[in-house]
Design a protein around this ligand. Sequence first.
Ligand SMILES: NC(=O)N[C@@H](CC(=O)O)C(=O)O
Length: 424
Amino acid sequence: MSSTFLVKGVSVLGAEPTDLLIRDGVVAEVGGDARGAQVVDAAGLVALPGLVDLHTHLREPGREDAETVESGSRAAALGGYTAVCAMANTSPVADTAGVVEQVWRLGREAGLVDVQPIGAVTVGLAGQHLAELGAMATSAAKVRIFSDDGHCVSDARLMRRALEYVKAFDGVIAQHAEEPRLTEGAQMHEGEVSARLGLTGWPAVAEEAIIARDALLAGHVGARLHVCHVSTAGSVDVIRQAKAAGVRVTAEVTPHHLLLTDERATSYDPVFKVNPPLRTKTDVAALRSALAEGLIDIVATDHAPHAVEDKECEWAYARPGMIGLETALSIVLDVLGPDWELIAERMSRTPARIAGLTEHGRTPAPGEPATFTLFDPAARWEVDPTGSASRSRNTPYAGMTLPGRIVATFLRGEPTVLDGKAVK
Ligand SMILES: NC(=O)N[C@@H](CC(=O)O)C(=O)O
């Protein structure tokens, strides 16, 4: 039997406070029988549809020391997420029906968020041969998004074939846009700071050139393209043109690219090493306005946990990547302000639509699935890496005070987080 909850005095997306009765996995009619219900005092809290992350690295199978499906799911629930899409760069790579089904099953067993596996585009992420996209699509995991993230599908012919293949079932190719010949040996954004530090640069054009090529290919094929972690002002211009031309392209930006700049590299602290790299103030400003405008469709975390030995070493040897599930909503609140409709659109509804997760991205109202999060916009908290539910500690926000805190998260009527703590 599922539990009954009465969420009292909650503001749904900033509206006047109301009560939500949660029973049998759905939001029940207001005024319904609330006998025996567990009361959740939600005065001052905002209810948002459960957040959906289109870009999460869960590291299982292969690097369970850095993250597992379960630990990453817990971090996600604590961040207000009810669904995450798990990237394919595991070991073995998620390039077969067997591996995507394994990740999907581990997600169900953990039961904290819906884990939707992403399949690799090419065998072993090697960029040579198409992976078995059809077998992954028809597997129990029902894969719809394919990505070699961490690597770019740089071969134009393979990219074209992948787009053609997934078009048949309305799938999406999510591209890590990085022309590899332009980023050989790159350590950070190519610009004034890299010149000063003497580090090899990752030029903006390496991203922009691939987005332009892929937009043309997607337009030619008539298939869906999603651009991972857009990081430059020039990329925004390319996406603007592609959308105006009617190309079926969507794009994401990470919280860290909305907040941090390449100046952070002057500390030589590898926690700020990430791919694509942190860019300039001008890029950050362009990304913020593109997100507000909707040219960039969604925020995705690119939660990239790494073991201590892979991060706490010399900059050149450190792996790129930052964790971000537990801090994403606070950073977006800081950047966009308390525009709950906009936040719901960019962090829940649109990512759910891109991923085809129809049970997600729905505003809690009678008859809807009780899959939502309760957020305290007035709270402030200091980021303590040792307090993270992730197995990794590589947050760039350590010691920072952030606005807003998740108080509770519900997945189909069952709490995964209550009183700010994971339920299991
Ligand atoms: N975003 C990152 O900096 N790292 C990602 C993969 C990648 O390089 O994109 C990872 O898997 O660690």
